[in-house]
Design a protein around this ligand. Structure first.
Ligand code: FES
Length: 105
């Protein structure tokens, strides 16, 4: 699936990702800036905070309990906020657009 990352200045990076990987893994292994992922994907740092493009919120789905708790410590959380390490990519996410927050640059 093709995933597009858009940074806070509007720069786009499209990555051809593998289903089963997380959005965080795709970003860090492709040097996409704006996702720090300090805890390595354990849902324990909230530095992989991203905004899901409005057209994709339903496909990606809502955060689970632990993720929602971690999001409370992230900056600038919105209704479409998710932690990228908790989003496992599926074939249905082909074309997904996520935005990275300025606070992670
Ligand atoms: Fe730490 Fe996602 S990488 S919460």
């Amino acid at each position: 699936p093709n995933i597009t990352f858009i940074d806070y200045q509007g720069a786009e990076r499209a990555i051809n990702a593998a289903s089963g990987d997380t959005v965080m893994e795709v970003a860090t292994s492709n040097d996409v800036p704006g996702i720090d992922a300090d805890c390595g994907g354990a849902c324990a740092c909230a530095t992989c905070h991203v905004y899901i493009d409005s057209a994709w919120v339903e496909v990606v789905g809502a955060a689970q309990d632990l993720e929602s708790e971690m999001l409370e410590v992230a900056e600038g959380v919105e209704a479409n906020s998710r932690l990228a390490c908790q989003i496992v990519i599926t074939d249905e996410m082909d074309g997904l657009i996520v935005k990275t927050p300025e606070s992670q640059f």
